[in-house]
Design a binder for this molecule. Structure first.
Ligand SMILES: *[C@@H]1O[C@H](CO)[C@@H](O)[C@H](O)[C@H]1NC(C)=O
Ligand SMILES: *[C@@H]1O[C@H](CO)[C@@H](O)[C@H](O)[C@H]1NC(C)=O
Ligand SMILES: *[C@@H]1O[C@H](CO)[C@@H](O)[C@H](O)[C@H]1NC(C)=O
Ligand SMILES: CC(=O)N[C@H]1CO[C@H](CO)[C@@H](O)[C@@H]1O
Ligand SMILES: [Cu+2]
Length: 574
């Protein structure tokens, strides 16, 4: 990607930079220094992705910038320097504004970069990284997660650009992105996707929600739909220093190989809509929450301390056929749970949203006091009239047709370790990101992907453009023998996957059976998914050329893995 001599100069500058960033590790905030539930849950600014002309919605062009500014994460924490999306520097927030789009109405967004030349977090030039030749400016590029859009507007990792578009990555084509909004209604989110910088750019604050509404099919459902009662909840974890700055360890787990990169970022404070352990006063009625997990690596298992249940109406971007009532929800990074909570059923005047997922998931440390709590709801006493309802049927999309699958692929996840047994990098199918593209589906195709996890971690797989259904997960028996063969031969058929894939089967939970764009790939299992590269709600073909350059990608959504480099190109053919 980068010429060697350039790389060396750059490394030198960056190392100098890293040294200047070698903060004392002592000035860290410990969570007990921050009182819980003192800040009110913000609702991020809403920006309409359409205009109204003579009563009819028409397409709209937005300009959304990325700004370096101060943000208060907690009453008792000094302001924190962040990177924030917004229509202006004054209104920029973490997370950014919620873009409200309408089905069938195009939204055009010019994403502008106003970031300084120095990053606020330590990054690592030794992993494949977007590096501007003039060494000026922070590369950024915006991906709309869950969007069904043309390759030129998909935010390809190498289509990055720096401040004022001064420099551009090798596959950059345009300033203004075109979102067709022709897909099924649901919750999407936008976030940075620059090569090798995704983990730090998101940690710095570059995330925001994007909702596609289709009033004609959604209003008859009767779910809470007024803005006040239909709220995105962005959840992520961060650590802070006592001066308020975001703390990210600047020493890698293999510093002689990668000076900074670590396989997983975990923060000790839980942030919802930009506030640490916020609280929200709610009425005794139903609310819809679109819970977006924007952690780098933390999984969450949400439940209520007072037994309140979640009525799961959608998963990632798509509605379920029927609501599913659950006591807890396991959310992997970048997964979305679209739920209704009926506070009129609360037996107490407050409810604490809790978390008990070990980290790393599933085999890591148990949660502690600080990361076991997410936020608090205080429920106003008194009866509340509530005209919303939970319909018995939501939206039924045609179920995937197995025999229509034209191709079966085997996708294996590998982790490589150094002499000291510490992870150095992760690859999909044993291939670097630059290795020639191997996944070339036909536009409109349905395919079976067998995803084989040969690592100790649960990796949330995300495929751009396509949607998929998880069919089943089967444990691999004699996994060490299979892994040995795979490490040598890297071919699941030659290594007789069928002989090993005969252990325990894990049923996909009811609330995750629908169309998804991220799914958790269990360690030591082969997960079979059916992927569809077309709309799920209609047989219309895409209104754009999906075979155009620069194509798409698929990757693990643990951002620290994606950056180093659990990501592969995905190109379409006719
Ligand atoms: C930072 O990472 C290094 C290397 O893994 C580790 O030794 C050190 O304890 C970490 N520091 C903190 C504050 O977590
Ligand atoms: C959030 O997403 C991260 C990575 O994308 C994942 O590790 C974490 O478990 C998820 N947390 C929740 C609550 O879903
Ligand atoms: C798409 O076409 C198939 C086969 O012709 C049909 O069974 C299916 O219902 C159609 N789907 C939609 C959403 O119209
Ligand atoms: C095939 C393989 O290597 N599987 C690994 C998956 O992860 C588990 C840990 O959860 C390992 O024990 C397996 O060896
Ligand atoms: Cu991963």
């Amino acid at each position: 990607m980068v010429g060697m001599e350039k790389f060396l100069i750059f490394e030198f500058i960056c190392l100098a930079f890293l040294v200047s960033f070698a903060w004392g590790e002592d000035g860290l905030i410990i969570p007990s220094q921050l009182e819980m539930f003192v800040d009110e849950l913000p609702d991020m600014p809403r920006v309409k992705g359409y205009d109204v002309d003579n009563g009819a919605p028409v397409s709209k062009s937005l300009v959304i910038g990325m700004f370096c500014k101060q943000w208060k994460f907690h009453r008792d924490l000094p302001p924190t320097q962040v990177f924030a999306y917004g229509t202006s520097e004054e209104t920029a927030t973490v997370p950014g504004p919620t873009i409200e789009a309408l089905h069938g109405i195009d939204t055009h967004v010019t994403w502008t970069n106003h970031l300084p030349s120095k990053h606020i977090l330590p990054w690592d030039p030794t992993i494949p990284t977007a590096i501007p030749q003039k060494m000026k400016g922070i590369p950024t590029v915006v991906h709309l997660h869950g969007g069904i859009d043309e390759p030129e507007s998909d935010g390809h990792a190498t289509s990055w650009f720096t401040s004022e578009f001064e420099e551009q990555g090798p596959t950059w084509t345009r300033k203004t992105y075109h979102y067709h909004n022709l897909q099924h209604p649901g919750t999407l989110w936008y976030h940075d996707h620059a090569m090798g910088l995704t983990r730090v750019n998101l940690l710095a604050g570059l995330v925001g929600a994007y909702i596609i509404r289709h009033p004609h099919v959604e209003l008859p459902l009767g779910l809470p739909s007024v803005e006040k009662f239909d709220r995105p909840l962005f959840v992520f974890d961060r650590s802070f220093r006592s001066d308020g700055s975001i703390f990210m360890n600047s020493t890698g787990n293999n510093p002689s190989i990668h000076p900074q990169w670590q396989p997983e970022y975990f923060g000790n404070s839980i942030i919802v809509n930009g506030k640490a352990w916020p609280h929200m006063i709610v009425r005794r009625r139903r609310y819809r929450f679109r819970i977006i997990n924007a952690s780098n690596a933390r999984f969450f298992k949400f439940y209520f301390n007072n037994g309140l249940k979640f009525i799961h109406v959608g998963s990632d971007s798509a509605y379920h056929e029927k609501p599913v009532i659950v006591n807890d929800i396991l959310l992997a990074p970048s997964e979305i749970a679209d739920v209704v909570i009926d506070f009129s059923k609360s037996i107490s005047d407050s409810a604490i949203l809790c978390n008990d997922a070990p980290y790393p998931y599933p085999s890591g440390d148990p949660v502690n006091e600080a990361n076991s709590k997410i936020m608090k709801f205080t429920i106003n006493p008194g009866h509340e009239s509530d005209t919303s309802k939970i319909p018995s049927r939501l939206i039924k999309y045609p179920y995937p047709n197995l025999p229509s699958a034209s191709t079966t692929r085997y996708i294996a996840f590998y982790e490589y370790t150094s002499d000291i047994g510490e992870p150095t990098h992760l690859y999909i199918n044993g291939k670097s990101f630059e290795a020639p593209v191997t996944e070339k589906p036909k536009v409109g195709a349905t395919e079976i992907w067998n995803v084989i996890n040969l690592t100790g971690d649960n990796h949330p797989l995300h495929i751009h453009l396509g949607l998929f259904v998880a069919l089943d997960q089967t444990e691999l028996v004699d996994v060490d023998k299979f892994k040995e063969c795979m490490m040598k031969v890297n071919d699941a058929i030659k290594c007789h996957l069928d002989k090993y894939a005969r252990g325990k089967k894990i049923e996909v939970p009811a609330h995750e059976k629908g169309w998804k764009n991220v799914y958790k790939m269990m360690p030591g299992y082969v997960t079979k998914i059916l992927v569809r590269f077309s709309y799920i709600h209609s047989n219309d073909s895409y209104p754009f050329d999906a075979t155009a350059e620069p194509g798409y990608v698929y990757h693990c959504h643990i951002l620290d893995h994606e950056d180093n480099v659990m990501m592969r190109p995905l190109k379409f053919v006719h």
